[in-house]
Design a protein around this ligand. Sequence first.
Ligand SMILES: [Zn+2]
Length: 410
Amino acid sequence: MDVQFLGGAGEVGRSAILVNDRLLLDYGILTATPPQYPVGDPDPEAVVVSHGHLDHVGAVPALLSGSSRPEIHWTPPTAELARILARDTLKLHGGTMQCPFTETHVARMGEVDHRHGYRESFEAAGHEITFYNAGHIPGSAHVLVDDGETRLLYTADFHTDDTRLLNGTTARPDADVVICESTYADVRHDDRDAVESRFAETARTTMWEGGTVVVPAFAIGRTQELLLVCEAHDLECYVDGMGTEVLSMCRQYPEFLRDGDALGRAARHAREVTGRDGQRKRIADQNTVIVTTSGMLSGGPAMTYIPEIRTDPINRISLTGYQVEGTPGRELLETGRCELNGGIYPVSAKADLFDFSAHADHDGLREFLGAYEGSTVLVNHGDSCAAFAEELRADGYEAQAPDLGKTVEC
Ligand SMILES: [Zn+2]
């Protein structure tokens, strides 16, 4: 089996892996200015998508240009998320050099759309493929690829712990080769229950004191998780931004959730913001929790709420995930200032980070790989892939961190 890394090698973003020159696993975007796309110019017979995050599925419509119509295989939630993300990319960058596809390409996805559940094997470009729950976001999958000689497990992004939204991964199918993500290979997460309690306690205190809590959250997975947390702790809340649309989508596929009824209760508990008639400014004056995109304060309705609440130290901004360097969220945590709608402003409201991560940490990755001691491990999707591969080699694994563009024969 030949495995070529067209993206996501030694980096987080633009994941793309070409197998035997005919089967593509993921085809993502690296969010930057300008955005970056996988290298090479693949023309695969089929594409298998692990999950509906921009860095794994964002560039898929571009594969449907000219007369190319590769089959696209994914779970139903991933198919829906791919459309939501493609529309968002068109809205942000459509018609510019920063967007490699048009409405026409997005519409074509319907012609080649093949949906599969977990543990239902199917054929794609001459390979037998099986999805397993990866516990990362709704519909996320580990992808097992069998070409008749070699069994390759592409972990893609995964979480070993249960969250309120999803069960953690438990499947460990036999594999000769494992391509393993390493986003948090050098991190140990705090205990989830402790993070959640601290989040709920600080939010409640802020509301008692007469303040507002703005909770920037990624649209996919994180918004829904935070609504579940709010419902469980009886925190009055609003939900705003793209996470609302994703919430409705998730509720249509309860079999891809840990507890569909719980998400239904959380959705009814939260009040949906339409944004009409100055509604956001009025809500920003209330003693309430507002769960809203974007998760790193780089756009979305958060850009209306933060300016409204920033000057009063009673208010609180509870960030809910890793803040990439250079984002306003990171700047806020490090400097107490924040770029908002083009200007830099001081923020007196309290700002904190709560690590509601959807990725396995160092110990989770090692626990997962404990099932693959005799397999070849190819480390990708991280900022320190080489260091993690070296750690694995020191512990007896056959492991390496391939460079961008490299082909590994396995
Ligand atoms: Zn992901």
